[in-house]
Design a protein around this ligand. Structure first.
Ligand code: HEM
Length: 258
């Protein structure tokens, strides 16, 4: 399928650039139109106190939870969210942050997302999509993400901007992993070996390439990638480095560490 470079203007006016094929663009647009907060709906508004009455305990009014201010009836998941369930702490509140930090202490169970990375925000929206798909939406929570008239707040706009940035980074990373597929690797007490083959990194291609260290400035990590052999332009790239002691065109290198 033909690849394209497109600019998608999302509902919040955040601009998402993605290198993608057309089907992926359409799927993304549909998903975004459902997810972004601006889509009008007539769901009732709840405040924190209302929501806390839906914690599934004896005498409570039901079993709800909220993600990014969107409230869902999770009664059909009672075994997870009801009293005694492994995820009961999510009931009757908005603990959006904990969905991506895994910090289930009282201090961690909060809706404030400050300091989270754009990729973590993408992961949180995956949870939101999960609830939209599997559970019934029952309201909007007045507070950090919705005003007392049900309008999206500035905080929600900022999270949506982080989502757009996170999706952009994800698209770039996916494009990168096709352009520079990962190497095969094996490790033993004596050391390690990295090598390229025509399907290393899960990318089937007509060339194997040569192993190079690739530095990712964003995550400050290094991964071994396969670069088409003898491409002087790529070999000169600051982000790519040869493995010490390995001939420039060798398809396999002995290494002591990544
Ligand atoms: C950030 C960390 C995690 C979060 C936020 C999280 C959250 C959740 C939630 C909300 C559910 C219920 C989904 C539903 O409504 O159907 C669930 C189910 C489940 N989680 Fe986690 N989880 C986390 C980590 C883990 C880990 C590390 C494990 C395993 C070691 C695990 C194992 C499971 C299993 C097995 C289920 C399904 C249980 C069943 O269907 O009976 N989770 N998780």
């Amino acid at each position: 399928m033909a690849r394209c470079l497109i600019a998608v203007a999302a509902a919040s006016a955040a601009v998402l650039l993605a290198v993608c094929d057309l089907d992926a663009v359409i799927a993304h647009l549909l998903a975004l139109s459902a997810i972004f907060s601006s889509s009008p709906d007539a769901l009732p508004l709840l405040n924190q106190q209302d929501l806390s009455r839906y914690d599934g305990e004896v005498g409570s009014q039901g079993l709800y939870l909220s993600v990014l201010g969107q409230v869902f009836d999770v009664s059909k998941g009672r075994r997870h969210y009801g009293p005694g369930g492994a995820y009961h702490f999510f009931a009757g509140r908005d603990a959006s942050r904990a969905f991506v930090t895994g910090d289930f202490t009282e201090g961690g169970l909060m809706d404030d997302l400050s300091g989270l990375s754009p990729s973590q925000v993408v992961a949180l929206y995956d949870w939101l999509s999960f609830y939209q798909r599997d559970y019934r939406p029952v309201g909007r929570l007045i507070g950090r993400y919705y005003s007392d008239t049900g309008k999206p707040t500035e905080a929600l706009r900022q999270v949506e901007a982080a989502l757009a940035r996170g999706l952009e980074l994800k698209a770039e990373a996916e494009a990168d992993s096709k352009r520079f597929p990962s190497c095969n690797s094996e490790w033993s007490a004596a050391g390690g070996r990295v090598w390229c083959s025509e399907k290393s990194g899960g990318v089937q291609r007509p060339w194997a390439g040569v192993p190079r260290k690739m530095f990712n400035a964003g995550s400050r990590s290094i991964r071994c990638v396969c670069v088409p052999g003898g491409n002087p332009e790529l070999s000169a790239s600051a982000a790519l480095q040869e493995y010490e002691g390995c001939p420039p065109l060798a398809e396999s290198c002995t290494v002591h560490s990544f």
